[in-house]
Design a protein around this ligand. Sequence first.
Ligand SMILES: NC(=O)c1ccc[n+]([C@@H]2O[C@H](COP(=O)([O-])OP(=O)(O)OC[C@H]3O[C@@H](n4cnc5c(N)ncnc54)[C@H](O)[C@@H]3O)[C@@H](O)[C@H]2O)c1
Length: 255
Amino acid sequence: MSAFSGKVALVTGASSGIGEATARLFAKRGASVVLAARRRDRLDALVEEIEQTGGTASAIDTDVADAASVEAMVAHAVDTFGRLDFAVNNAGLGTKVYPVTDMPDDYWDEVMAVNLRGNFLCLKHEARAMLAAGNGGAIVNVGSVSTFLGTPGATAYTASKAGQLGLTTSASGELASQGIRVNLVCPGVIDTPLHQAIKANLGAEAFDGIRQRKHLQRFGQPEEIATCIAFLCSDEASFITGSTLTADGGFHLSI
Ligand SMILES: NC(=O)c1ccc[n+]([C@@H]2O[C@H](COP(=O)([O-])OP(=O)(O)OC[C@H]3O[C@@H](n4cnc5c(N)ncnc54)[C@H](O)[C@@H]3O)[C@@H](O)[C@H]2O)c1
């Protein structure tokens, strides 16, 4: 029997990058997976791929910044598979580079709406479903090294990612007594479409400087973050809650 057999996992931002790799891994480990994002064609293609390899998955159009959409997403998971054990709040954006003095107010609002409000809305409804079922559960939020490092040019993104730390630690304290663990994974630069957009906005030379700051001297792969998320959901992480797991090739240790 696979490690996650009989479990149900919900992954937001499953249409590409880290979310896509996480959905694949959870399905491979036996979970029934709910894929949530806005690009339905990509979600449907991933459902088909998972089912062709013997897994179980279902897709739902979701905008994590919209409360009704998030509520419907969680209801879809419970209605389709009967329960919710794991939730991965991964949907995010914020690749534009602005000095704080020039940052459009609308851009600030957009980043906060998806990365922080979206994470809050998802966690709120996921935790409600887990509490109602009484089976406990594990929630993993996806932050960034920007959660705890200043990132010039990315003030909105950094503030939203720092906010996820407070959300994670506070919610973990509220939910622990009912068997729900809440943790935060903090990736360094990972090779995804988001990463390619940052490279285009920052310029190739500045971007390579980031690679050189990593102790491992390379960017990460989405699958290397998916395994961290799966670990935090697994029973092997049964004593871990309110924690951050940094997976950045040593970037945050460099000066
Ligand atoms: N790639 C990196 O270098 C890196 C580094 C640190 C943290 N992260 C974080 O990892 C997470 C995933 O990023 P990625 O690199 O895989 O990027 P990505 O652009 O490949 O994927 C982001 C996903 O979020 C979805 N999304 C965006 N806005 C949404 C909304 N309003 N509602 C629903 N879905 C929405 C997108 O459709 C996509 O599926 C993000 O939270 C990002 O901040 C990424």
